[in-house]
Design a binder for this molecule. Structure first.
Ligand SMILES: C[S@@+](CC[C@H](N)C(=O)[O-])C[C@H]1O[C@@H](n2cnc3c(N)ncnc32)[C@H](O)[C@@H]1O
Length: 382
C-alpha cells in the first residue's frame, strides 16, 4: 500500500501541472507492478482499479486518457475493457470527490466484511447493489428521459429493433451473442434476453444499466438474467471485444450524438466485432421532425450543395427550444441517403434502409410526415 501512497503524492504534483510524460510513466510502471505483475493482494488490486478510475474520470488530457484506457482495458480484460456496474456502484461516492477529498478517503479505505470477491475480475466490490428507480414516462407513455441528458428512451419498438429481436428469436437454438449499444433502460435488451440470446447491453450510464439489471432479475425466468452482460462505457473507444465476436449489433438512436467522422470509426469497430455474415441494425433521427422544422431547410440546402454530412448541427438550441434541454450541444440528423453511404463507406452490404413512421411511437408534438427516423440493416461480408 505504501507504493500507492507514493503514487498519490506524485499525482498531487503532476495533476496540476503539465508533466504528462512523468505521470503516464508512473502510472504504467505501477500498473505493471500491481495489476499485471505478481501482486496477489486483491485489496491492493482493487485500490489500484479505484485510483485508475478516479484519474480517468478527472483527466482531460487526451494523451493521458488514451494511456489510461489501455490500462483500464487490461484491468478489466475479463469484462470487455470496462468496469462492472457492481464495481462502479461500490465506489462511485469516491469518483465525485475533489482530489484532496479523494486522497483522504482513498487513504482511509480499508477492507471490511462488506466486500465480496469478484473472482472473474480479481477485484473486491460491495455485496449489494442499491436499487435505482426508472424515471416516470412522459404523460404520453412513449418517452422516458435518460438520466444523463442523452435524450429519451422510446417505450415502443420501431421495426428495425423488432427485426433485431426477431433474429434472436428465429435463431434461438444457436443462442446468439448480440450487442445493444446505448441501451438506456433496456426495452430491447430485455426482450432479446427472453429469446435465450446472450445480450451485451452497453450504455454510457452505469445507472441505466443498473435499472436494466434489476428488471432482468425480476423476469419470470431467472436464468435469463444470467444471459445479460452489462457494459458501462463509452462506445467505441472504451469497449474491447475480440474480432468476429457478435452475431448482431443494434445501435438505436445513439449515432446522432456522433459526428460523421466518428460514425465511420464507430461503424468500423462494429464491423470488426461482427462475425462474417453478422448484421448491424441502425436507427437514427432524421431532420423531418416537427420540432426541428427550422433545421429541415438547412439540411436540404446543405445536401443539395453536396455536403457529406448535411445534418451535423453544432448549435441545436438555436433551432429547438422545447426538448433540446435534454440533449448535448451537438446533434447529427441523417436521412436514408446519408445512412446508406455511411454503411457502404465502411464496407457493409446494405440489406435494407427505410424511413420509420413514428406515429404512435413518438409524442405528437414531434411527429411530422412519417419520416421521423431512418433505419438500416448492414451485413458484414464473409
Ligand atoms: C436517445 S437514448 C436512446 C435509447 C434507446 N436506444 C432508444 O432507442 O430509445 C441514447 C442512449 O445512448 C447512450 N449513449 C450515448 N452515447 C453513447 C456512447 N458513446 N456509448 C454508449 N452509450 C451511449 C445514452 O446514455 C442513452 O442512454
Amino acid at each position: 500500500m505504501e507504493n500507492l501512497s507514493n503514487l498519490i503524492n506524485q499525482l498531487q504534483v503532476t495533476m496540476s501541472s503539465n508533466y504528462e510524460n512523468l505521470l503516464v510513466k508512473r502510472i504504467i510502471d505501477m500498473a505493471e507492478k500491481i495489476q499485471f505483475g505478481n501482486e496477489n493482494n486483491l485489496w491492493t488490486k482493487t485500490k489500484f482499479a479505484i485510483l485508475i478510475e478516479y484519474i480517468y474520470k478527472c483527466e482531460k488530457r487526451l494523451k493521458i486518457q488514451f494511456e489510461l484506457i489501455k490500462i483500464r482495458k487490461k484491468i478489466w480484460n475479463n469484462h470487455f475493457g470496462v468496469p462492472t456496474i457492481n464495481f462502479f456502484k461500490s465506489f462511485d461516492h469516491l469518483f465525485i470527490l475533489n482530489f484532496e477529498d479523494f486522497c483522504k478517503n482513498f487513504n482511509n479505505l480499508y477492507f471490511n466484511g462488506d466486500y465480496q470477491v469478484d473472482t472473474h475480475n480479481a477485484v473486491l466490490m460491495g455485496s449489494q447493489l442499491t436499487q435505482i428507480n426508472m424515471p416516470e414516462a412522459e404523460s404520453n407513455g412513449l418517452f422516458i428521459k435518460t438520466l444523463n441528458m442523452q435524450g429519451y428512451m422510446t417505450t415502443q419498438l420501431d421495426d428495425f429493433s423488432k427485426k433485431f429481436i426477431q433474429l434472436c428469436n428465429e435463431r434461438k437454438q444457436e443462442r446468439l451473442k448480440v450487442l445493444e449499444i446505448g441501451a438506456a433502460y433496456g426495452v430491447v435488451s430485455l426482450a432479446a434476453i427472453q429469446t435465450g440470446a446472450y445480450v451485451f447491453a452497453n450504455d454510457l450510464s452505469p445507472e441505466h444499466l443498473q435499472i436494466i439489471h434489476s428488471q432482468a432479475e425480476n423476469l419470470a425466468n431467472k436464468n435469463q438474467a444470467d444471459k445479460l452482460i452489462t457494459l458501462p462505457g463509452r462506445f467505441p473507444e472504451e469497449l474491447e471485444f475480440e474480432d468476429n465476436f457478435f452475431d448482431a449489433v443494434l445501435i438505436c438512436r445513439v449515432l446522432h450524438f456522433f459526428t460523421g467522422e466518428q460514425i465511420k470509426l464507430a461503424l468500423g469497430a462494429i464491423k470488426k466485432w461482427l462475425k462474417p455474415g453478422g448484421k448491424i441494425f441502425i436507427v437514427v433521427e432524421t431532420p423531418f421532425l416537427s420540432n426541428w422544422k427550422t433545421f429541415t431547410p438547412v439540411f436540404l440546402e446543405r445536401k443539395t450543395n453536396g455536403a457529406e454530412f448535411p445534418g451535423e448541427l453544432y448549435n441545436p438550441k438555436d433551432f429547438e427550444k422545447n426538448r433540446s434541454n435534454a440533449i448535448p450541444n451537438f446533434i447529427h440528423f441523417m436521412d436514408d441517403d446519408v445512412l446508406k453511404k455511411l454503411l457502404s463507406s465502411v464496407g457493409f452490404e446494405v440489406a435494407d434502409v427505410a424511413f420509420i413512421n413514428r406515429a404512435g411511437q413518438f409524442p405528437e408534438d414531434i411527429i411530422l410526415d412519417g419520416r421521423e427516423s431512418v433505419g438500416a440493416i448492414g451485413i458484414k461480408g464473409g
